[in-house]
Design a binder for this molecule. Structure first.
Ligand code: FNR
Length: 193
């Protein structure tokens, strides 16, 4: 892996134009350490999960999602919190990507979780729910650091761009830890920092 750029797929569980969580993924791309590329993936074209549809052949947006997960060294999820859990948009995409369970590109994939919400708990419950999903799917979720961004309206501008310096540092720390995690899981030493 030495000398090869590390590819991190960034998936935000919101379709909103000025989404805080999409803003977190853009912030991750902006602060990526040298040799790391963060590629945002837009969930808007993913249809609602339908087993009959899957049996007839995976829809093209689902095929592409699975292909980009497979190509990535790691996946960074930015989850909103809807009613104390993850948003349907994100769960739906993971449900598609998780089938069939024996060959899903999420199996054994290094992943990390972050999230932003307008409330005071910064997606704490949604992140725990998402971590539970990864237990079944078999993704290797980075334990720490955690990044819960509360009161997001004070930390993003009207277009959903992150403006808060300390949150930006949190994104950098999480992404760096995820990259190191992906190196370790491949049996390589992370690069010196
Ligand atoms: C919310 N929101 C919310 N916030 C929170 O902290 N805990 C919650 O349980 C919920 N529940 C919830 C349900 C539904 C249906 C909506 C639409 C919203 C508010 C949420 O944090 C806010 O809409 C964020 O802006 C969503 O993230 P994005 O779209 O900005 O990425």
């Amino acid at each position: 892996m030495s000398g090869t750029p590390v590819l991190v797929l960034g998936i935000a569980g919101s379709l909103r134009r000025a989404s805080y969580n999409r803003g977190l993924v853009r912030a991750a791309a902006a602060v990526a350490p040298p040799g790391t590329l963060v590629e945002p993936f837009d969930l808007a074209p993913i249809p609602l999960y339908d087993e009959d549809l899957r049996q007839r052949g995976e829809p093209e947006p689902v095929r592409r999602l699975k292909e980009r997960i497979a190509a990535a060294d790691a996946v960074l999820f930015a989850t909103p919190e809807y009613n104390y859990s993850i948003a349907g948009v994100l769960k739906n995409a993971i449900d598609w990507a998780s089938r069939p369970p024996a060959t899903t590109p999420l199996l054994g994939k290094p992943v990390a979780v972050m999230g932003a919400s307008s409330g005071g708990f910064g997606t704490t419950r949604a992140q725990l729910a998402l971590r539970q999903v990864f237990v079944y799917v078999g993704s290797l979720c980075l334990p720490k650091p955690e990044l819960m961004v509360s009161k997001a309206a004070e930390k993003f501008d009207a277009d959903g761009n992150l403006t808060d310096p300390s949150t930006r540092e949190g994104v950098r720390a999480l992404l760096t830890a995820l990259v190191d995690w992906s190196w370790r899981l491949k049996g390589d030493a992370p690069p010196p920092r």
